[in-house]
Design a protein around this ligand. Structure first.
Ligand SMILES: [Zn+2]
Length: 81
């Protein structure tokens, strides 16, 4: 399990060209050192693709979320498909 996790983290680190560490990817208590995905990967602040309708308009469920202030937690995406 740990070997697989290390491989996944290594691939993510390679893809975004940044060091992460397993603590940023897996949490035992639901908290992460870096809470927002954009901050974690060095993004200036966006919203996830799933926050938009196919025509590019923002879904109502995401209207209260500021760009860069989403965590990527599965709960954020429930019911958005
Ligand atoms: Zn972003």
């Amino acid at each position: 399990m740990y070997v697989t996790l290390k491989r996944i983290v290594s691939q993510l680190e390679f893809q975004i060209a940044r060091r992460l560490g397993t603590r940023e990817i897996v949490s035992e208590d639901g908290t992460y050192k870096t809470p927002f995905v954009c901050q974690l990967v060095g993004c200036a602040g966006c919203l996830p693709e799933g926050a938009f309708h196919p025509d590019g308009t923002l879904k109502d469920e995401w209207s209260h979320v500021q760009p860069g202030k989403w965590t990527g937690d599965v709960a954020e995406f429930e019911g958005l498909n």
